[in-house]
Design a protein. Structure first.
Lengths: 331, 269
């Protein structure tokens, strides 16, 4: 058909305006939908509507107000709290408090997440091979998952202990260090050590998800590659990895959000120290809202929270998009 | 090479847990050897006695954690069970949006809502109450509980409910008498997931919402082993062993169902 010729059907509104056709279709569908299901879902919607959406709206309200700590009376201040967040420098330190802790958070998340993904992949590959101790090993891998994060942080702090910790004990026994290391005592080592402990906490989830991905690779595909004369390495890189990659990416994105929000390990082990080296955004929000009340307050902490929620929502949006795409591919 | 990796990986996973257990069992002088002994030469349970002398309120903290865990668990199941049933059995209007919203809400951590929740609870006069902890805690367990449960409900064929309806059961009756027993292990698993979360994973919530020592959960109660100048490590490790044993044992018991549910959502769709 020549492009200049308009087909007779083009006059129908549905064809000319695709969104209208879409609307009609969904209205038709809506009529067929079963409203009987609503009473079952309604309590959940009301509950989360009140307890999740209301606080989210309320935090925006708080961020635009100066909130008195004693009376909780609030006074409209416009964007002052946001301006404060982008200007305030903690006495005795350089750089804007909010942006510095945000950047520190990003670095900390990058470190912890790369450990989670690389060790998670290694662990999943190890577990996917049938071994005699397979079940025991799987149980060991799962173990840190059920552990309260605050307690995980406390036992890591003890393991990092300069004099009595096992980490130093093993390093000295192996002759790798001569003097015990103060893992939580210097800025750089504390930054790395808290990220390692956080990676430890998140590792079981990573291993389990990637392992499930590895197990979902159809054996026929690998057999076909074997028949074609592919080496084990080629089979892994060309066949297995591309098939597992969507799972790794979605799990990593989900884990990014959780790592970004990780609060317990740092607070327990260093409280943001030494010299603010582990003061990530969650710690900073807590400090401004509840700890250093002379400089902070609820309104200012609320402004920081709003920006935190926006950042997390961007990552969450990426995650949800990826999840939907991989589910569509899986059918 | 694979062996080195396997052992290294296992060592990394077990190291802090092992040192916790070994320290809890060590006698007084041995704890302060440096470098530390790698096992308890003369194992003793004395730290489990002295921990109660240092923090007599320890059982109260454990009880509080239990109450928070149970409250969060029951509240989550009460709301998530019918919702998950509805989502799996009917084409609820806006179903896709609800699932999308739940997946998004599952990404929320307490630290993101702690500022408004504190303000709201304070205005309502609910600071320092069990209710505040249970209600605030359930916000973070409900999304995943609903998603996991609806995955399990979908594994029960609709024909089974329909048969019950034909036999004169009401819809809620069919849910309680026919469908629930079929997915009972999964319901228990989800309940335990919520219990563990309420028991121990809401550290920052309790820091903000709870001030009186008598209401603190165990994770916060352990801070009494810290003083300005020193930490009572042996007793802290004994108390940590007790506090961790309960959620870890529960988790190991039901992890199969949780893992199945999580991976089903991420991989099969």
């Amino acid at each position: 058909m020549a492009p200049t010729h308009s087909s007779p059907q083009a006059d129908l509104p549905g064809r000319a305006l695709p969104w209208l056709a879409h609307l009609r279709a969904s209205l038709r569908l809506a009529r067929r939908r079963e409203w009987y299901g609503v009473p079952y879902v309604l309590p959940l919607l009301l509950y989360l509507g009140v307890l999740l959406l209301y606080p989210l709206g309320y935090v925006v309200y708080l961020s635009l107000h100066d909130v008195n700590l004693l009376s909780m009376a609030s006074r409209w201040v416009g964007l002052d709290n946001y301006r404060w967040a982008f200007e305030f420098e903690m006495p005795g330190s350089r750089g804007v408090y909010f942006t510095t802790s945000l950047l520190r958070s990003l670095g900390w998340v990058a470190l912890s997440l790369s450990l989670k993904v690389s060790l998670g992949l290694a662990g999943a590959v190890l577990l996917s091979q049938p071994t005699r101790l397979g079940r025991l090993y799987q149980a060991v891998t799962i173990l840190p998952w059920g552990l309260p994060w605050a307690i995980a942080a406390m036992i890591w702090a003890w393991s990092y202990n300069t004099q009595f910790g096992f980490v130093n004990g093993i390093l000295r026994l192996a002759g790798l260090v001569e003097q015990p290391v103060a893992f939580l005592g210097t800025p750089v080592s504390a930054f790395v050590s808290t990220a390692v402990a956080d990676a430890w906490i998140g590792l079981p989830f990573m291993v389990v998800m990637i392992l499930a991905g590895l197990r979902s690779v159809p054996p026929e595909v690998l057999d076909a590659a074997l028949v074609d004369g592919a080496s084990p390495w080629q089979r892994w890189v060309r066949v297995t990895l591309p098939l597992v990659l969507p799972v790794i990416l979605t799990t990593a994105l989900l884990s990014t959000v959780w790592t970004f929000n990780s609060y317990d390990p740092i607070w327990v082990m260093t409280r943001g120290g030494p010299l603010g080296a582990t003061e990530t955004l969650p710690i900073a929000v807590y400090n401004v809202g509840f700890r250093q009340l002379r400089i902070g307050g609820i309104g200012r902490a609320a402004a920081m929270t709003v920006m935190q929620v926006l950042l997390v929502s961007i990552i969450a949006w990426l995650y949800l998009r990826m999840l939907r795409r991989s589910q569509q591919q899986a059918g | 090479m694979t062996h080195v990796l396997t052992w290294g990986f296992g060592l990394f996973l077990l190291l802090p847990i092992y040192q916790m257990a070994v320290t809890a069992l060590k006698a007084e002088p041995e704890i302060w050897y440096s470098p530390p002994t790698l096992y308890a030469r003369e194992p003793t349970l004395s730290n489990f006695v002295t921990m109660l002398q240092i923090v007599p309120r320890l059982p109260v903290h454990l009880l509080n954690s239990f109450v928070y865990g149970l409250g969060v668990s029951l509240l989550s199941l009460l709301i998530a069970l019918p919702a998950a049933y509805g989502l799996s059995r009917f084409r609820v209007p806006g179903e896709a949006a609800i699932v999308f919203g739940l997946t998004y809400a599952n990404m929320f951590a307490p630290i993101m809502l702690v500022v408004p929740l504190y303000s709201i609870m304070r205005r309502l006069g609910l600071l320092d109450t069990h209710l505040a902890m249970v209600v605030a805690g359930s916000i973070f367990t409900l999304p995943l509980s609903t998603l996991l449960l609806s995955t399990y409900f979908r594994t029960v064929p609709r024909e089974i409910d329909e048969a019950a309806l034909v036999d004169g059961c009401s819809r809620p009756g069919a849910l309680v008498r026919v469908v629930l027993p079929l997915v009972a292990p999964a319901v228990v698993a989800v309940g335990i997931y919520a219990f563990i979360t309420g028991w121990s994973q809401q550290f920052v919530l309790s820091l903000v919402l709870i001030q009186s020592p008598d209401l603190m959960p165990i994770t916060q109660g352990l801070y009494q082993f810290f003083s300005r100048s020193s930490v009572r490590w042996p007793e802290l490790m004994a108390a940590s062993t007790v506090a961790a044993a309960i959620p870890v044992a529960l988790f190991v018991a039901v992890q199969r169902y949780i893992v199945q549910g999580l991976t089903a959502a991420a991989i099969k769709g």
